[in-house]
Design a protein around this ligand. Structure first.
Ligand code: SAM
Length: 224
């Protein structure tokens, strides 16, 4: 096992080196992931075929801006597969504000994830209306966006302007097919990055293939 500074780990599970996080809620599984106990810690395997953030790490993410104690605004949490690992990484002194507008998946997220994790604040709202998130206080270190909407970049910018601290990071999942089916994926990613404009400095762009087809991730620093 190798201890990474940013609170993500590589552990041997069934003879295979797997990405993992330390389980904030020992014994609790979120998506039937493997749990392994090593010394006093329980690790949760993090599946890159189920989580785009894990896919980005597998595909060479240079530096993960989400670390212990981070404050994260997560848009499009769905049933919480990725958010649960973000909750493990930031630990008990961090906080993850989780926005989801579909009440059916939000219910599942509450039952399976948020109700067990004290560092998660669920927010049932439309990400197009960030001023309506009454439970977000102060600024955040990272805005993570995975909402698969044609105007996802505009929504991301609006949320950053409302909550991201200067020098903080935007992590934007770009679902290339949800924007324009007639354009080349690489071109779509470039166009979305261009839309971020002068308030952001590009840090890295990552293709998530083969874990997630037709997806990329852009990481940018908010210069305000
Ligand atoms: N991030 C999740 C994960 O890795 O486990 C998967 C997210 S899924 C691709 C996209 C989610 O964004 C859906 O659950 C959808 O309901 C939500 N969503 C789409 N548009 C939204 C909006 N305007 N406001 C809030 N949530 C939205």
């Amino acid at each position: 096992m190798e201890n990474e500074e940013d609170n993500i780990f590589w552990v041997k599970i069934d003879g295979e080196k797997r990405l993992a996080t330390i389980n904030l809620v020992p014994g609790n599984q979120v998506y039937k992931e493997k749990l392994v106990k090593i010394k006093d810690e329980e690790f949760r395997a993090w599946d890159p075929f189920r989580s785009k953030l894990a896919a980005a790490i597998m595909n060479g993410l240079e530096s993960l801006p989400i670390v212990r104690k981070s404050r994260v605004l997560y848009l499009g949490v769905s049933t919480g597969t990725t958010a649960s690992h973000v909750s493990d990484i930031v630990g008990p002194s961090g906080i993850v504000f989780c926005v989801e507008h579909a009440s059916r998946v939000a219910r599942d997220f509450l039952d399976r994830v948020a109700s067990f994790r004290s560092n998660i604040v669920p927010i049932l709202q439309d990400a197009r209306q960030p001023k309506e998130y009454f439970s977000v206080y102060g600024t955040v270190d990272v805005v993570y966006v995975d909402i698969a909407q044609p105007d996802q970049t505009e929504i991301a910018i609006l949320n950053c302007k409302t909550y991201l601290k200067k020098g903080g990071y935007l992590m934007l999942v770009i679902k290339t097919r949800s924007i324009d089916v007639t354009q080349e994926p690489a071109q779509i990613i470039r166009n979305e990055i261009k839309k971020l404009g002068p308030n952001f400095e590009m840090v890295q762009e990552i293709n998530l293939d083969p874990y997630e087809k037709d997806h990329g991730m852009a990481i940018a620093r908010y210069v305000g």
